[in-house]
Design a protein. Sequence first.
Length: 203
Amino acid sequence: MGKLKGQASPDFAMSAMIFSTAILFVFFHISRTYYTRTWEVSHLEKSARAQNLILFLTSENGNWSVNPFESEAIAFGEGEINETQLQYFFGMPYQTVQHKLNFPHEFKIEIWKLPSIGITSDVSDFYINETVKINFKTNENCSFYIVMVGTQGSTGVSYWNTSIGKYHGFNFELQSGVYSLQAIATTIDGKYGAYESTFRVVQ
């Protein structure tokens, strides 16, 4: 019997390669779409749970007792968060909070106190002489602190100053260099505001 010899033509090999590449591309696209859609659905579900939890804590009124651990509910409600109740809330064990909220899912809550003091300034990008005058205005009386660091050639320098009231003016004698300025305003009742800017001094 004679031997059979097979030989793939170049056209067949090229077609097979193109077909295999197309199959891989389609598979990759389908799998990526599936995992992307799965992640999006999971993300939406978690966002909805978080929104429901936030709405509950801020909309419903909690039944707070003298001993917060005996309270039946721990929502804050009434349009304003009670800081004392909030401190009790964050002092409770995680499992206690889960039980009180009747929220079986894992969650993490962070509280940030946002700045409420507005700060405006006449800081310029460039100053052409050594005497630099900077004025600030706050929307209420406060203690005002300013810190400035910069470079004068290869030397680092720093300055600081304070002021009280609504209007705050500072004078500095600065050599040529780049300076970064940061300011913070605070009040006795815990309000604050922050400001930062960068400028250059040239001779």
